[in-house]
Design a protein around this ligand. Sequence first.
Ligand code: ARG
Length: 402
Amino acid sequence: MDSITNSRVALAFSGGLDTTVCVPLLEEEYGYDEVIGVTVDVGQPPAEFDEAEATATTLGLEHHVIDAKDAFADLCLDAIEANAMFQGYPLGTALARPIIAEAILDVAIDSGCSALAHGCTGKGNDQLRFEAIWRQSDLEVIAPVRELGLTREWEIEYAADRDLPVEAGQGGEWSIDQNLWSRSVEGGDLEDPAVRPPESIYEWTDHGEGEDELTVAFEAGRPVAIDGSEMSPVTLIEQLNERAGAFGVGRTDMMEDRVLGLKVRENYEHPAATVLLTAHRDLESLVLTKEVQRVKGDLEREWAELAYRGLLFSPLATAIESFVEETQASVTGTVTLSLQSGSCRPVARASPHAVYSESMASFDTADVGSITQADATGVAKYHGLQDRLANRETFATLHQGD
Ligand code: ARG
């Protein structure tokens, strides 16, 4: 049958309300002969795959599940090399979307689809992130929820009319997006920024008693081991989420500025990301010069902004990545962190490439190598010269009566 089908569309499919109603709509409203559903595994909870599978089966939907966890973990570690933070939180959803979009595009091309579809609304960032990737191809891009102006109520009614397999009370109280790297919780009563979230929104972070201490080893900017045991990026991230989450590390409650300009109240959990960002930054402070750190800091903000907007394929992102890569050769060593009451604090660091000399900095020795303390006298005399000249009159007035 497939060979005589002339129009197939690949749908980013989660089995939730939005993507479920998209299936009949793509056939009826857009005239496609066949919809195929693609679910990409970036570390969502297993129940989400069960839901997607069950819904696909009931709908009679050809369903592909693609494991992209390794590719996603790799991108998360690129974000660590770039110390990427967007408005103060480690990116999560934004990093996952291009990975998902690319995997779906591959399936679409392999299965002879002429179009791609997603269930994003016209208000969020994800529509932009998906389409930035997809529109690089010449496949048609369809966004039924946005284009048909669908609301949640309309979708619920439509699903009931059509007897579509959507669970009662679809979606629960909040809208949650969870992957290997982060959990995002938004919507419902959290839309009021003045409402303090109930403890029940948190699943990864807890109030562990006491303190834990762990050591992360890095090789050329990549975390490779915890407490001396080497592990794959996926396992390392999973283990750090567990260990740091137990001590409440990695919670963010913030107002975020979406790409379109809308502000949104967001709550995030990201224990592993917080540990790795803290450790990586600390190690860089030991091995990178002050100037490299300063310029890298400026570029990091640019990279994070591009990542947030889903534009990591841009020439600017690629150029920044080359710079970052160049700086990471010496980012090898270990950082020990203390985890306690929601805080993650570096307490020790070591590297064979430290730009640091204990004997030079020490209070116990008089001289810095062959440079004597007295050599600093000339520097001290010149230090602030222009500022002193600029303030001459003020200084004179102030001390007139002295
Ligand atoms: N605002 C964040 C972003 O655009 C996260 C959105 C996650 N979606 C959700 N339904 N919780 O990256």
